[in-house]
Design a protein around this ligand. Structure first.
Ligand SMILES: [Zn+2]
Length: 731
C-alpha cells in the first residue's frame, strides 16, 4: 500500500485500483484545492475551454458555475453514453449542490452500466449517508470490495459510525483511510472531532489536517455537525465559528450555523448569516426556508413568566394559551422535583400551527414525523391545529419534550439519544397512564422477528434506521427499557444514569455501574421482562388482524350480534389497539344499536382509559356519561379531549355547561372563553354561559359585560334579559 502511494505522490491524491472517475486533466486542480492552494481556481478556469465536455464540466464546476457545468455534463453523457464515469462526476456535483435525489439517480444509472463500479457505489453510500439511511455503510463496503484503495469509502464509514455513537469503530475506519492516503483530510477531521467531542480543546489530528491545508475550515464544520447531532448546540456553533474563521467562503457551514442560531432563539445573528450565505449563492432549501420562517415570526406572540417563554401564533394564541401555559407550568414543576434539578433560565416553547414552519425547525434531524423537537432551552412543537384532529396528544408531546430539556441540561448534552428518548417516552405515561404511545404493529413485528437492538446499539435505531418502522420501534424500546429500570431498580436509577452520562461514562460503563451486569446480560433480562407483557398480543396478532377486519365488515352489514360475539372474542388479544377501526368503537356501536347504553359506555370508557384519542368518539362517550347522570366523568372525558384537540367548539361548550353544573366556575370561564375564541355560530349562548360562570365566580362586573354582549348578539334573548335583571337587582 505504501509503495503505491510513493509512486503517485506527485498527484497528491492516491490513484485508485480502478480508473478514477475524475478525468486526468482535472486531477492537478483537485490536488491544488486539496492543499488549499489558491491557484486551484485558475487551474479549473483553464479547463473551462477544454474540448472534451467531461473535462469542461469539471472546470466549470471547479469555478462554481453549476449551471454551465450541468450543460457540459449533459453533453459528456451524449458523447459517451456507456461510460459510467461522467455520470458519477455529475452525480457528485449534484450532491455538492444539495440535490441528493438527482445525484442518486445518476449513481444508479452508473451502477446499471457497470455494477461493480466503485465510484458509483461510493456515490450511493454518500447519498445514503446524507439522508441518514442505513445503507451508507453497506454501499461503502461494496465500493471497497471492488476498489480496496478507495479511501473516501473508509471516510464515509468513519462518519456514519461516529453518527451512530461508535467512536472506536469510527476511529478504526478513519485510520484505514489514512493508511491508504496519509493526507485524507476528512479522516483526519473525524479523528479530530472524536477528540473535541471528548472535551479536548485541541486535537493533533486537526493540527495535522491544517498542516496539509491551512484553509481547511471544513475540519471544524465536520466537528460542528457532530456536536449538533448530539444536541450540543452551543458547542456546535462555536465549531462553525472556527470553520468560518479559517475559510469564510464555507457557505454551507455559514448556513448551518444560521439554522442552529435560530434554533437557540438567537434570531438576529441567525438572519445575518443566513442572508450572507443566500447572497453568496448558497440557496439550498434549509437556507431559504429558515429565512422564510424568520420572516413569519412576526405573526407570533410571546408570553413570559419567570420560568417560561410561550410563543404562539397570533391567530390561535388566545385559545391555546390557558391550556398550554397550565401544562407548561405543571410539567416544569413536576420535573424539577423528579429530576432534583433547577433549570438555569426560562424554557422557550414555540407552537407552530403550520407544520411546514415547524418542519424547518427540525431540518437536518433524522427521524420521521416529529411532533416536537428540543434544542437545549428551546422547544418547538406542532400546534394541535396543525394536524388532523385526534392524530396525536399535544400535552403528552409537550411533557416529552420538556423532559429532554432536563436530560440535556443535567448531562451537559451528553445523554445518548436512546436514553433521553426512552426517558421522555417513559415520562409521558408517568404523567398520565392514558398518554403516550401504545404497543403498535411495528413494535409487535420487531418483537416477533427479534429485531429489537442491543442497548449498546440502540442509538443506531434512531440515527440510521434499517426500515421505515425502526425509529418508532426504538422509541418504544427506549421507553420500555426505562419502565424496566423503574420497576426493577426504582426511578432514582434513571437520575443516577443521567449523572453518569454527565460524567462522560459510556453506555456499557453506566450499565455495569448501575446494574452490576454486562450490557448483554441487561439485554437478556430486559427481553425476559418484556416477553410476558407482549406475548399474547405478539402471538395472536396475525389472527387478530384477520378477525378485526371481519368485525369491521359485520359493522358495515349491521350484523350486531356477530360484532359483539367476535369483537368480545378478540378484544383482549390486542387490547392496546385504539387507533382507527378499533374494537371498542365497533362494540360500542353494536351495543348502542341494540339499545344497551351502559355496555356501550363501558367499551368507550376502556377505549379512553387505554389512550383512545378520536374527538368524535370521546364526545360520544361524554354524552353517554352525561345522559347517565355521571357529570363528573363526562367532564373528565372532555378535559382529556382538551389535551388532544382544542378547536372543537361543541366540546368546549358542553364542558362549560358541565363545569357550571359541577360548581367549577374557573373551568366554565375558561371553556366559554374558548367557545368565543372559536367564533361560534351562536355567540349569544356562549356569552350567556360565560356571564353565568362569572356570576358564580363572584365577578358581577364581568358577568354584566358578558350579558350585554349576549344581548348585543341577540337582542330578544330571554335568558340573558333575565340574568341582566338579576344582576341589576343585586346592586
Ligand atoms: Zn424526543
Amino acid at each position: 500500500m505504501r509503495k503505491l502511494l510513493a509512486l503517485v505522490s506527485f498527484a497528491v491524491l492516491p490513484l485508485s485500483a480502478q480508473a478514477p472517475a475524475t478525468p486526468a486533466e482535472a486531477l492537478p486542480c483537485e490536488a491544488l484545492r486539496h492543499k488549499g492552494n489558491p491557484t486551484y481556481k485558475a487551474c479549473y478556469q483553464r479547463l473551462t475551454s477544454a474540448t472534451d465536455p467531461a473535462v469542461r464540466a469539471e472546470g466549470l464546476w471547479g469555478v462554481g458555475d453549476y449551471r454551465s457545468a450541468n450543460d457540459a455534463f449533459r453533453d459528456a453523457l451524449k458523447l459517451r453514453p456507456k461510460d459510467p464515469a461522467p455520470r458519477v462526476r455529475w452525480g457528485r456535483m449534484y450532491l455538492d449542490h444539495w440535490q441528493a435525489g438527482e445525484a442518486r439517480d445518476l449513481f444508479k444509472e452508473a451502477v446499471a452500466l457497470k455494477e461493480d463500479y466503485a465510484p458509483a457505489l461510493l456515490g450511493m453510500g454518500l447519498v445514503a449517508g446524507e439522508q441518514f439511511e442505513s445503507q451508507a455503510i453497506k454501499n461503502a463496503e461494496k465500493a471497497l470490495q471492488s476498489d480496496p484503495k478507495l479511501y473516501e469509502a473508509h471516510e464515509l464509514i468513519a462518519r456514519v459510525q461516529l453518527e451512530d455513537g461508535s467512536p472506536e469503530k469510527a476511529a478504526a475506519a478513519a485510520r484505514k483511510a489514512l493508511e491508504i492516503y496519509p493526507e485524507a483530510l476528512d479522516a483526519l477531521a473525524v479523528l479530530g472531532t472524536i477528540d473535541l467531542l471528548d472535551d479536548k480543546k485541541e486535537s493533533p489530528w486537526m493540527t495535522r489536517a491544517l498542516a496539509i491545508n491551512p484553509g481547511y475550515g471544513n475540519a471544524y464544520a465536520i466537528a460542528a455537525h457532530f456536536f449538533i447531532i448530539t444536541r450540543r448546540y452551543e458547542e456546535g456553533i462555536a465549531q462553525y465559528r472556527r470553520a468560518l474563521e479559517l475559510d469564510p467562503s464555507l457557505q454551507g457551514a455559514r448556513s448551518d450555523m444560521g439554522v442552529n442560531l435560530m434554533r437557540l432563539g438567537q434570531e438576529d445573528e441567525a438572519r445575518k448569516h443566513l442572508e450572507q450565505a443566500y447572497a453568496a449563492g448558497y440557496q439550498n432549501p434549509e437556507t431559504v426556508n429558515s429565512l422564510r420562517l424568520l420572516d413569519s415570526m412576526k405573526d407570533y406572540v410571546t408570553f413570559k413568566t419567570p420560568t417560561t417563554i410561550l410563543v404562539l401564533h397570533k391567530k390561535e394564541a388566545a385559545l391555546l394559551r390557558p391550556y398550554f401555559q397550565a401544562e407548561f407550568d405543571r410539567a416544569l414543576a413536576t420535573y424539577e422535583k423528579k429530576y432534583k434539578f433547577k433549570l438555569k433560565k426560562p424554557v422557550q416553547l414555540e407552537v407552530y400551527p403550520n407544520h411546514e414552519d415547524f418542519a424547518v425547525r427540525t431540518l437536518g434531524m433524522p427521524g420521521l414525523g416529529a411532533l416536537g423537537v428540543t434544542f437545549g432551552y428551546t422547544v418547538a412543537m406542532d400546534s394541535p391545529s396543525g394536524r388532523k384532529p385526534g392524530q396525536w396528544h399535544w400535552a403528552s408531546t409537550m411533557w416529552h419534550e420538556l423532559s429532554h430539556v432536563y436530560a440535556l441540561e443535567i448531562t451537559g448534552h451528553r445523554v445518548p439519544r436512546w436514553f433521553t428518548e426512552g426517558l421522555a417516552v417513559y415520562e409521558e405515561t408517568a404523567a398520565a397512564p392514558d398518554w403516550g404511545d401504545r404497543l403498535d404493529p411495528g413494535a409487535i413485528d420487531a418483537i416477533k422477528k427479534k429485531t429489537l437492538l442491543p442497548v449498546t446499539e440502540l442509538d443506531r435505531g434512531f440515527m440510521h434506521p434499517t426500515g421505515p418502522n425502526q425509529v418508532m420501534v426504538s422509541y418504544f424500546q427506549g421507553g420500555k427499557i426505562c419502565n424496566f429500570i423503574d420497576q426493577k431498580w426504582g426511578y432514582d436509577k434513571m437520575i443516577a444514569m443521567l449523572h453518569d452520562f454527565a460524567a462522560k461514562m459510556t453506555v456499557p460503563e453506566v450499565i455495569e455501574k448501575e446494574f452490576q451486569m454486562k450490557p448483554e446480560e441487561f439485554d437478556r433480562q430486559f427481553l425476559a421482562w418484556l416477553e410476558p407483557q407482549t406475548a399474547k398480543t405478539v402471538s395472536s396478532y396475525d389472527d387478530w388482524r384477520k378477525r378485526i377486519k371481519g368485525v369491521s365488515d359485520s359493522v358495515k352489514a349491521k350484523k350486531w350480534d356477530d360484532v359483539i360475539k367476535e369483537g368480545e372474542a378478540i378484544r383482549d388479544s390486542y387490547s392496546e389497539y385504539v387507533e382507527m377501526g378499533n374494537v371498542y368503537d365497533f362494540l360500542a356501536q353494536a351495543w348502542l344499536a341494540k339499545g344497551d347504553k351502559a355496555k356501550a359506555t363501558k367499551e368507550l370508557e376502556t377505549y379512553s382509559r387505554i389512550g383512545g384519542r378520536d374527538p368524535e368518539t370521546l364526545k360520544q362517550l361524554s354524552a353517554l356519561q352525561t345522559e347517565q347522570g355521571r357529570k363528573k366523568e363526562a367532564a373528565a372525558t372532555l378535559e382529556r379531549l382538551n389535551l388532544i384537540y382544542l378547536e372543537d367548539e361543541a366540546a368546549h361548550s358542553r364542558l362549560g355547561a358541565l363545569d357550571l353544573d359541577l360548581g367549577n366556575s374557573a373551568g366554565a370561564i375558561r371553556e366559554y372563553q374558548s367557545v368565543l375564541q372559536l367564533k361560534p355560530l351562536d355567540p349569544a349562548a356562549a356569552h350567556l354561559g360565560l356571564a353565568v360562570a362569572f356570576k358564580t365566580a363572584n365577578r358581577p362586573d364581568d358577568a354584566r359585560e358578558e350579558v350585554i354582549s349576549a344581548l348585543e348578539a341577540a337582542p330578544g334573548y330571554k335568558p340573558a334579559q333575565k340574568l341582566l335583571l338579576e344582576l341589576s337587582g343585586k346592586e
